[in-house]
Design a protein around this ligand. Structure first.
Ligand code: IFM
Length: 484
């Protein structure tokens, strides 16, 4: 046994796990579901690794009962999942699809029966394709349609939902979808990305208001952001300080400020003046966006570092992980990313638990009254099933242990962080990386769709059951639920 001091979370701390519809559901052409931008994108040759698509994914659409049994055995307090907009409203406007709505109603009923709180995300990137054909998130109309979809979900799922999260990681939807094009819809237009930023922010405000109109002002509304913990190479260098300011602006403040303060950052508008005059922000929009958030969802995986661009490097393809040929960093032509030291996960992302504490503490410093929730954290590794039939994912257990300890550090520094959701419950479709990158605490065999608990699942179960952070080597095996 390793040396380990006992560290405890309060009994009301929420332990959960998270997934997203397109990544796990499959049944892409069943139950009246319409096509989403991710169906189109993943079926376009060359867009995803190995041409993988979400057509079958984890087949959660048919195996949701088994998946709830896993969550119950994991002793989870909450499950964060997303609703597929094109499953419940195939064209994104007009008629709703009762079969799609019934799917989520039965899922929610099943969770409640298992004593698990449903935490819903209304948009985790699967825009109905018909709306993209009309401009997608560059079109203001999409924000209004999103609010109508949110209203309908509030009417249909009602007070059974613990937290209503409007959007997951609008940074990815806007910049990866419309600037670097490594996510659906695969566009590479900086102006479109900024329009998308604003219309996503607006969609959040309108949807949150619609949900509270239906269910009452005390209904818990949230949004999840993937805030970027970025450092600068040389704090003494004015160019490096400016590089950090720019990245913090387009990555973080362009969301945080309208959401939590009701205004766009003036410096971001200035940095992007060559692209747009921001006339798509209409009078009153920022007031609409600025609604009380019961919790702010925070997704954290790794850190980055920037410096002032050296000759010819600015606005390069480098997203900190070298993933795109077009830059997502709109308005940041003077910025160069510095490779972070390892260790790295299978995504090539550096492992830096201190960044988790830093992020939570900095949010508290900027917004002291805002409760927080870690809605995603986890790691992809190339797991293998060993002869004993188990997956000894030692690296993932260490990653979870160290990051959860970092959450505890933030709590001990007085940060009001109320819960933690491991990404992800199951191995799943990792967007452009297809099924190659495995984030699950439960392994999915993509041939048989069998679920196999990894050591990280057993470890996380002990934590959720006891509220005491187990040592990384304290893996307690129990019988895992079987299918059927
Ligand atoms: O799989 C994604 C998820 O959909 C959104 N947040 C990051 C995860 C890992 O890349």
């Amino acid at each position: 046994m390793s040396k380990h001091t006992t560290r405890t979370f309060p009994s009301d701390f929420t332990w959960g796990s998270a997934t997203a519809a397109y990544q796990i559901e499959g049944a892409a052409r069943e139950g009246g579901r319409g096509p989403s931008i991710w169906d189109t994108y993943s079926h376009t040759p060359g867009r995803t690794l190995n041409g993988d698509t979400g057509d079958v994914a984890d087949d959660h659409y048919h195996r949701w009962q088994e998946d709830i049994a896993h969550m119950k055995e994991l002793v989870l307090d909450a499950y964060r999942f997303s609703i597929s907009w094109p499953r419940v409203q195939p064209g994104g406007r007009g008629e709703f699809n009762p079969e799609g709505i019934a799917f989520y109603q039965q899922l929610v009923a099943g969770l409640l029966e298992a004593g698990i709180k449903p935490v819903v995300t209304l948009y985790h990137w699967d825009l109905p394709q018909e709306l993209e054909d009309e401009g997608g998130w560059t079109n203001r109309e999409t924000a209004y349609l999103f609010a109508e979809y949110a209203r309908k979900m509030a009417q249909e799922l009602g007070s059974d939902i613990d937290v209503w999260t409007t959007l997951n990681e609008p940074w990815c939807s806007a910049y990866l979808g419309y600037a670097s094009g490594v996510h659906a819809p695969g566009r590479t237009e900086p102006l479109a990305a900024l329009q998308a930023v604003h219309h996503l922010n607006l969609a959040h405000g309108l949807a949150g208001r619609a949900i509270r109109e239906v269910l009452g002002e005390s209904t818990k509304v949230s949004i999840t952001l993937n805030l970027h913990v970025t450092r600068m190479l040389d704090p003494e260098n004015a160019g490096d300080r400016d590089a950090l300011r720019r990245i913090d602006g387009v990555a973080n403040r362009v969301f945080l400020q309208p959401l939590l303060e009701g205004a766009y950052p003036a410096d971001v508008m200035q940095d992007t003046a060559g692209i747009t005059d921001w006339s798509f922000v209409l009078e009153g929009d920022t007031d609409l966006i600025h609604i009380p958030l019961d919790v702010l969802g925070v997704n954290y995986y790794s850190t980055g570092m920037v410096r002032e661009a050296t000759e010819g490097q600015g606005g390069s393809d480098n997203d900190g992980h070298g993933n795109s040929s077009h830059s997502p960093w709109v308005g940041s032509e003077h910025v160069e990313w510095v490779k972070m030291p390892g260790p790295y996960t299978a995504m090539g992302w550096n492992i830096d638990p201190a960044g988790m504490t830093e992020l939570l503490v900095s949010l508290r410093d900027s917004y002291p009254q805002q409760p927080l929730m870690v809605t995603e954290n986890g790691a992809a590794f190339y797991d293998t099933v060993t002869d004993d039939g188990r997956v000894h994912d030692v690296e993932r257990v260490a990653y979870l242990h160290d990051h959860i300890a970092a959450v505890l550090d933030a709590r001990e520094a007085g940060v009001d962080v109320r819960g933690y959701f491991a990404w992800s419950l199951l191995d799943n479709f990792e967007w452009g990386w297809g099924y190659d990158r495995r984030f699950g605490i439960i392994r999915v065999d993509y041939e048989t769709l069998e679920r196999i608990w990894k050591d990280s699942a057993f470890w996380y179960r002990t934590l959720a059951r006891t509220n005491v952070l187990p040592a990384p080597d304290a893996v307690e095996y129990v019988e895992q639920p079987t299918a059927g």
